[in-house]
Design a protein around this ligand. Structure first.
Ligand code: ADP
Ligand code: MG
Length: 336
């Protein structure tokens, strides 16, 4: 993703500022703000989701509750933090206790599983626009802690480092395409694919195990190339990755090659970790993967910076990728 892309241009232009205040942090632009708050080192992240944008309007509310927290925990995982607490702000078009009971079950189930306590929030009704209520919006702020002096950011990748990714990429996007009826896979492969989209696993154990090992990390929310691109921008480096090494599921392999490229390279919502580590630390990365019971795959290397994009090679030759990832505001401003 380039700095010119809409969503990131808005953040850079209107919400990035010089640091001030007593709490020191690396500032806007990472998966989490890592904050030295007195003796504690905190990682804090905030993600907003809207029904109809981030979820299909008729999405199962239990999955909505689960995923709303999971995507925030994934940002904590990318920092290597241990989740401790979260705050929930929710805007609802109407009161529907059945929906709320299911939403709460999904949300609080994951909260209990990960030791992340709900400590506050806000509840409002969404506004009425032209006689219709705006859809539900959910904003979660999640906080975790880090050992003193440690924490993964997007900024530490160096030329010569290896590029790694956890699990497999592309499934969540392929699931969405199948749900829309645009793509199809064997019917028995669909439930697993959909689970990747509806119930992503935040890679918390892996993030923690990579503290002091990885040089930079991000979670794959916008797409592999886009999120690796964020690391490259913050680290002022380039990267080359090999298509053949990118881990994809059996279901994804059943799709045509252009679709595999689109899903694995540019599809978002996987919530895997993409990270870099010095070549000499490769064994420690593999050990971290084993300790976290999470597969990790080396997919390429960090180079000197040449442009902002990642070079992807298949059979040694660069391939062109049409889109790199998801951006809420790509295109021109609605009001200049
Ligand atoms: P992620 O996908 O990891 O949640 P985003 O792509 O949403 O991260 O955001 C990129 C960076 O910009 C993050 O550091 C985030 O905290 C910051 N950011 C996004 N929106 C705002 C905003 N309105 N004000 C300040 N910082 C923002
Ligand atoms: Mg993130």
């Amino acid at each position: 993703m380039t700095a010119e892309a809409g969503e990131f241009q808005i953040i850079e232009r209107f919400f990035t500022h010089e640091a001030f205040g007593a709490w020191k942090s690396q500032g806007v632009g990472d998966d989490c703000a890592i904050i030295d708050a007195g003796a504690a080192r905190l990682a804090v992240t905030c993600d907003m989701m809207a029904l109809g944008t981030h979820f299909l309007p008729d999405a199962d509310p239990e999955n909505v509750g689960y995923k709303a927290l999971a995507v925030n925990l994934s940002d904590l995982a990318a920092a290597g933090a241990t989740p401790r607490a979260f705050f929930l702000s929710i805007g609802l078009p109407r009161r529907d206790d059945g929906w709320l009971a299911d939403f709460s079950r999904g949300l609080m189930g994951l909260a209990a599983e990960t030791g992340c306590a709900l400590l506050g929030g806000d509840t409002t009704r969404t506004p009425e626009v032209n006689g219709r209520r705006a859809p539900a919006v959910i904003s979660i702020t999640a906080m975790g802690d880090l050992p003193a002096g440690l924490g993964l950011t997007r900024a530490g990748a160096r030329p010569g480092d290896d590029v790694w990714v956890s699990g497999t990429v592309g499934d969540a996007y392929a699931a969405l395409k199948c749900r829309w009826g645009h793509w199809s896979v064997m019917p028995d492969a669909l439930p697993d694919l959909c689970r990747r989209m509806d119930r992503p696993t935040p890679r918390l154990a892996l993030g923690r195990a990579l503290l002091g090992v990885a040089s930079a990390a991000a979670d794959v929310s916008d797409g592999l190339l886009a999120d690796l691109g964020h690391i490259l921008e913050r680290s002022h480096v380039g990267a080359e990755i090999d298509w053949e090494r990118i881990p994809v599921s059996t279901a994804l392999k059943s799709l045509t090659m252009p679709r595999q490229h689109e899903a694995a390279l540019a599809g978002g919502d996987d919530y895997e970790l993409v990270f870099t580590a010095p070549a000499a630390a490769a064994d420690r990365v593999l050990e971290a993967g084993l300790a976290a019971a999470t597969p990790v795959t080396r997919i390429g290397r960090i180079t000197e910076r040449k442009g902002s994009s990642v070079v992807v090679r298949a059979h040694g030759l660069p391939i062109a990728v049409e889109r790199t990832g998801f951006d809420h505001f790509s295109g021109a401003p609605d009001h200049a």
